[in-house]
Design a protein around this ligand. Structure first.
Ligand SMILES: *Cc1c(COP(=O)(O)O)cnc(C)c1O
Length: 419
């Protein structure tokens, strides 16, 4: 696509954008003059769909009017409420419904999945992560190692090469071919939170499986942003949150994927509660534990319906819009963003995200010279909302749901003015 560096072009793109109507389905925060913020942090906390309040109010009303009867009598009975989310969530991540469940929160889910899928032996126990893994993931794997009597040192880091920022799949191949006999698990961020690099999950799965390592994916920055095709990728498990691109509110519940090949393995070690027990006999209360098949077999507790209502509001909107259309817009919008930043021609900033659209989602990570944090601060003062990540990156995500081409144009004009 041929882009142009002027406002008229941006406005024309918005006119031609078949998804431009979706912005109006969201609450966009405003400045003191009533102008919309330029919100580029949908990768951190997605904005609120206008329908969310109505979905939550439905549950509040049902609770007020029905009390405990709401489990069966609510408009959307609470007992099986999570099932209302499964098909739509499965579509978003390219999975079969049996492979997906919404439950708990991300880091808690990673631990629950590692209970089943990180089964170290004396000789095969190490865990591979990216060197720039999100801190919570690093702490989670370190604590799993220690829990099993190993050391934090037993984490192997997949690092970018000297002088580079991005990961090279060949280096993962080298790590696994040399040390694979000692490696039990690969736990990799499908889209890296820092650089925005979208990795080839199918290749990662093949590399891990070639040496009998389990492959898990943290999809926090992927879900609702890229199409990870989890089922086809062949990875063993994945987990993600719903408050970033999935716009379901702060601290909302996470999503879990367990590949179909593990769906019927009832013998897999796991933690149990009444919610992964057979639905048919759950309320008989005195039955021996009988685990459910598929991803539902990792639930423990009856879930928070108010959070699920917010997730339902968002997933209904995703379903209406469709991931394919969203990704098509995302590629154009982020391509435009990249083009405009490159037009600035300043030595003070540099994009470190891959320029190949197949290797990124909508986020661009801009490295700032001499780690000058004041640039981020000045952007914020002008209601351009981005986020600063140590040591020297401003992350910006023009999420296709509610960001316009004009937003992108205005954002880069302000950035240019500040440089
Ligand atoms: C956002 C994010 C988290 C946050 O974990 P929570 O358990 O939801 O607080 C963890 N890992 C990655 C990769 C993330 O991007």
């Amino acid at each position: 696509m041929k882009y142009q560096n002027n406002l008229a072009f941006a406005k024309q793109q918005d006119k031609e954008d078949t998804l431009s109507y979706v912005r109006n389905r969201f609450h966009i925060p405003k400045d003191e003059n009533g102008n919309d913020w330029l919100y580029f942090t949908g990768n951190s906390l997605g904005l609120q769909p206008k329908s969310t309040k109505e979905y939550i109010n439905q549950e509040l009303d049902d609770w007020a009017n029905l009390g405990v009867e709401g489990h069966f009598e609510a408009k959307n009975p609470w007992l099986n409420y999570h099932e209302l989310l499964t098909d739509k969530m499965a579509k978003i991540v390219g999975a079969k419904p049996v492979e997906v469940v919404v439950m708990n929160t991300l880091t808690a889910n990673l631990h629950l999945l590692m209970v089943s899928f990180y089964r170290p032996t004396k000789s095969k126990y190490k865990i591979v992560i990216e060197s720039d893994a999100f801190p919570s993931d690093r702490y989670a794997v370190q604590s799993q190692l220690k829990f099993h009597g190993f050391s934090e040192e037993d984490v192997i880091e997949w690092k970018p090469r000297e002088g580079e920022y991005l990961l090279n799949i060949e280096d993962l191949e080298t790590i696994v071919s040399k040390q694979g006999d000692e490696i039990a698990l690969l736990l990799i961020g499908g889209v890296n939170y820092y650089t925005g690099q979208f990795l080839d999950l199918k290749k990662i799965a093949a590399i891990g499986h070639s040496k009998n390592c389990i492959v898990g994916i943290d999809l926090a920055h992927g879900a609702g942003n890229v199409q990870p095709n989890l089922h086809d990728s062949g990875v063993d498990f994945a987990a993600w949150c719903t408050y970033k691109y999935l716009n379901s509110g702060p601290g909302s519940l996470g999503g879990v994927f367990v590949h179909e090949k593990h769906a019927k393995k009832k013998e897999l070690p796991r933690f149990a509660g009444w919610w992964n027990h057979n639905k048919e006999t759950r309320f008989n209360m005195r039955m021996p534990f009988d685990v459910m098949e598929g991803a539902e077999g990792w639930q423990l507790s009856n879930p928070p319906i108010l959070s699920m209502a917010a997730i339902k509001a968002s997933l209904d909107l995703f379903d209406e819009v469709g991931m394919d259309a969203l990704i098509e817009k995302s590629e154009k919008l982020t391509g435009y963003f990249e083009y405009l930043i490159n037009e600035i021609d300043s030595d003070d900033i540099k994009i470190i995200t891959p320029s190949n659209p197949n290797e990124r989602g909508c986020q661009l990570s801009i490295q700032v010279k001499n780690a000058d944090k004041s640039l981020h601060k000045k952007l914020t003062e002008k209601h351009v909302i981005t986020d600063w990540r140590e040591p020297n990156v401003i992350r910006c995500a023009p999420t296709p749901m509610y960001t316009s081409f004009e937003d992108v144009y205005q954002m880069v004009s302000i950035l240019k003015g500040l440089l």
